[in-house]
Write a protein that binds this ligand. Structure first.
Ligand code: FPP
Length: 250
């Protein structure tokens, strides 16, 4: 970024919270202890977002692929999620933050779904910010889900297949009203997108830190924001710009 360039706007941060297992294993503890410590980091980062005026925070809390983990770990993560929602609810109310979930919620147990739906309804009117949990989420599954919806509209004669464009697909994603993430942070040093927000990340800035998620603190979050602030987002053009909205010529 040149000296007189304004920093890019930052409305939406998405995080791949990685490294809980390694954090615990390095201490000779069970992996679940790492997830519990990771849940504390979630609370801290949510507060950081409020202070920094970031409107949307999306957290990759459980992927479609995470169901392959040992049953004890999956069950422990689901219990942790329910406890987290119960404990976090008061803070969501205080800060007027809306909870939303993206992913295949039908994969979740009835008890987890009930807890999510209760907090979603209780916070639905809040506009100060949104905490979005990606749960049983996979980017490819989300795109396939959107394609299925579009195909059935076309099969019923309610949509002309020739009119399907990027905006059509974007309208059929899980949360079509949420802007694409400006910044995606991944902890623990891995340099992969791991099936996270595949469509929405087309122009996101990517920041990888070696810090393991349970160790990630306000200073680490601020370092990511500072790094982002120095980026020049060109969206395929040659100068700082905004994401392309118009359909590009084919
Ligand atoms: C990846 O670390 C993390 C997960 C699969 C789960 C993320 C869950 C939390 C941070 C805690 C609960 C979240 C909420 C919203 C309450 P890993 O286990 O793959 O770590 P590793 O790569 O070191 O094994």
């Amino acid at each position: 970024m040149s000296a007189n360039q304004d920093p890019p706007s930052l409305r939406h941060v998405a995080i791949i919270m990685d490294g809980n297992g390694r954090w615990a294993q390095r201490r000779g503890w069970p992996r679940l202890k790492g997830h519990h410590a990771g849940a504390e980091t979630v609370r801290c980062v949510l507060q950081c977002c409020r202070r920094a005026g970031i409107q949307y925070l999306t957290l990759y809390a459980f992927s479609k692929e995470n169901w392959r983990r040992p049953k004890a770990e999956v069950d422990g993560l689901m219990r942790l999620l329910r406890d987290f929602l119960r404990r976090q609810e008061a803070e969501l109310h205080d800060q007027r933050v809306r909870l939303r979930v993206m992913g295949c919620r039908e994969d979740l147990s009835a008890a987890v779904r009930r807890e999510i739906e209760r907090v979603e309804v209780a916070t639905a009117s809040y506009e100060a910010g949104q905490l979005i949990l990606a749960l049983s989420y996979g980017g490819r599954t989300e795109i396939a889900h959107a394609a299925r919806q579009i195909a059935s509209l076309a099969a019923r004669g309610e949509l002309d297949p020739a009119s399907v464009d990027e905006q059509t697909l974007a309208r059929h994603l899980y949360l079509p009203d949420v802007p694409d993430p400006d910044l995606i942070i991944r902890t623990s040093g891995e340099q992969r997108i791991s099936n996270f927000l595949l469509w929405q990340s087309a122009y996101s800035e990517f920041y990888v830190t070696p810090v393991l998620w349970p160790d990630f603190r306000e200073a680490d979050f601020q370092a990511a924001l500072d790094n982002y602030a120095a980026r020049l987002r060109r969206f395929g053009g040659i100068e700082a710009g905004t994401p392309p909205q118009e359909k590009p010529p084919c």
